[in-house]
Design a protein around this ligand. Structure first.
Ligand SMILES: [Zn+2]
Length: 345
């Protein structure tokens, strides 16, 4: 299969036979990571927001500390986050471009933003501007909560400005993707041929409410309207060793041609069982898209005792998160594709 990307074509069948973990055989071109979070503190008119509760959360404080970001200097911290991301990306051997993801807020029954329930918001204009500033490395992945009153208008506005996909996180954004009221948005997504990337499973890293809305079956309404849907984390539930959505992943892939899943975050201890299960299902590998869930860490735990020692050592010594994710998944025999495959299908 030939896959076209920004740097030329990428022959996945050839790459699959190669062993990139050796470090010797490199791909002729790079792929796109479809799941990279843009994070930003509020500064002036950038349209971003972080609640006090979120600022005090262990994950947020850890990420601020890890990236050396100063919450008292938001403008500098925001640029530093982008600079660090680009530095790591430019050093990657296998990944050349990322989809930067925004994060919409929570909306009330009337479709108005609910400030008291919104803890983290990365605005679409900030996502679009940042991607536009680095066109060779970034694509804009805007976020539109279907519950917002102007959801369809916002989609068309963002589409005109070059949005590559729409990201949603139902658990945190407090909406049910299966709600028939959202069909107008889904039809507009299908008409625009803009994929919907939805978080799947439980949500621990942000503040979640109704965890049941993370069930992948709830994406059927969008799929039935013809939307290209990307289920995040390959439908992993996020519950250690309880991969309740494994059968659902296989069923959705078998039922809908426009159903895809990304492999982001699958090296995390609470999701790695799905990564290991994917080894036994080559029939769905054609629907897997590369992703990391940057800035989350990539762990080498899944390859322990499962690959040759030299390849294991190479992975352990790889600090670049994009390359580490690539090597781990490939060394386990899991085949995946670049986001731009969707643009061709
Ligand atoms: Zn994510």
């Amino acid at each position: 299969m030939k896959i076209q990307n920004g740097n030329g074509s990428w022959d996945s069948s050839r790459k699959i036979r190669e062993t990139p973990t050796s470090g010797a055989s490199l791909p002729s071109s790079k792929i796109i990571d479809c799941h990279v979070h843009l994070a930003a503190l509020p500064e002036g008119t950038n349209g971003c927001y972080v609640s006090r509760k979120m600022l005090a959360s262990p994950l947020f404080r850890y990420l601020m500390w890890k990236h050396g970001l100063d919450a008292n200097n938001p403008r500098q911290a925001n640029q530093q986050y982008v600079d660090e991301l680009l530095k790591e990306l430019r050093r990657s051997t296998f990944v050349g471009k990322v989809v930067l993801l925004g994060m919409d807020g929570v909306y009330d029954a009337g479709g108005k933003i609910d400030q008291s329930e919104t803890h983290f918001l990365v605005g679409n204009d900030y996502v679009l501007q940042t991607a536009r500033a680095y066109p060779h490395e970034c694509l804009p992945g805007v976020s539109i909560n279907p519950q917002r009153r102007d959801a369809v208008d916002e989609l068309h506005r963002c589409a005109e400005l070059g949005a590559a996909l729409v990201k949603v996180l139902p658990n945190t954004q407090q909406f049910d993707p299966a709600n028939a009221r959202y069909k107008a948005l889904y039809r507009a997504l299908a008409q625009r041929r803009i994929p919907l990337l939805s978080h799947v499973g439980y949500e621990w890293s942000l503040i979640g409410k109704d965890q049941s809305v993370g069930h992948p079956d709830r994406l059927r309404v969008a799929l039935d309207e013809g939307v290209t849907v990307i289920a995040a984390h390959a439908c992993s539930s996020g519950l250690m060793f309880h991969e309740t959505f494994h059968a659902t992943l296989l069923t959705l892939a078998g039922t809908y041609q426009r159903f895809y899943a990304d492999i982001s975050a699958l090296t995390l201890p609470n999701r790695l069982k799905m990564l290991l299960l994917l080894r036994d299902h080559p029939e769905v590998h054609g629907r897997l898209l590369f992703g990391t869930d940057y800035p989350l860490s990539v762990f080498h735990l899944p390859v322990w005792g499962r690959i040759e020692r030299s390849a294991w050592r190479d992975i352990v010594n790889t600090n670049n998160r994009f390359d580490k994710q690539f090597k781990i998944c490939r060394s386990l025999g899991i085949h995946f594709h670049s986001f731009d495959q969707l643009l061709r299908d």
